[in-house]
Design a protein around this ligand. Sequence first.
Ligand code: ADP
Ligand code: UDP
Length: 240
Amino acid sequence: MEKREKLYEGKAKILYLTDDPELVIQYFKDDATAFNAQKKGSIHQKGIYNNRISSQLFQLLEKQGMATHFVEQMNDREMLVKKVDIMPIEVVARNRVAGSLAKRMGLAEGITLAHPILEFYYKRDDLGDPMINEDHIAVFELANKEEVAGIKKAALAVNEFLRDWFAEINISLVDFKLEYGRYGGQILLADEITPDGCRLWDMQTEEKLDKDRFRRDLGKIEEAYREVYKRICQKTGCIN
Ligand code: ADP
Ligand code: UDP
């Protein structure tokens, strides 16, 4: 596999083309942003932990028969993935009240939902990723009805599996963001599943083990990412 030119540089990752037109390399940076990139910083070794965490989780999902873009973890910061046409939709799955849902509903963070909630956001940084519904997706042709039905089913299945899996390592999966992309006739789960895009709370202490430590200046950010990886490895057998 030969690494070719940079295709795209985002806030947390860089995509590189390869000599195979169907594959790209995701390079995980230490850069961190929050509040629509108004807050910027760097978290020491975040890229390494996010690459490892995401690789472990994608492999678990693949074992469950869920279709993802994951091909292999190449090294500490790089992951080989199938090059998809990303849908401009961010799917958020929630099991407990937190973040923007707490604000919108005027509720305290932490309340467990009667059943998971799925939300859609328009993936547009210049607009601040506004919340949208299925009518917006259909009218503005962000995805067709069949694709939306497939994404909803897949995202709920990922949530159910990961929520139960994380519970076994004493982590509460409060909420998380997923991105999907088109690959030939398939829809694949793409991007990353990391503490950058998930809320992960210790089940006993409710300590935050995710990017909220950066957003809210709680300190011990690198330690939190490392702790998540350590617990994942306790269950999968990976080396931390
Ligand atoms: P952002 O674009 O929000 O700043 P990142 O820094 O994480 O985010 O950049 C990674 C970009 O790569 C994202 O826009 C994401 O949608 C896109 N992406 C993720 N997985 C794939 C893939 N398999 N193929 C093509 N693009 C992808
Ligand atoms: N999220 C994300 N990218 C975004 C917006 C949200 O990864 O652009 C994740 C976030 O980390 C959290 C979940 O989606 O785990 C729900 O986020 P929320 O809507 O509460 O927004 P926030 O208050 O985090 O901005």
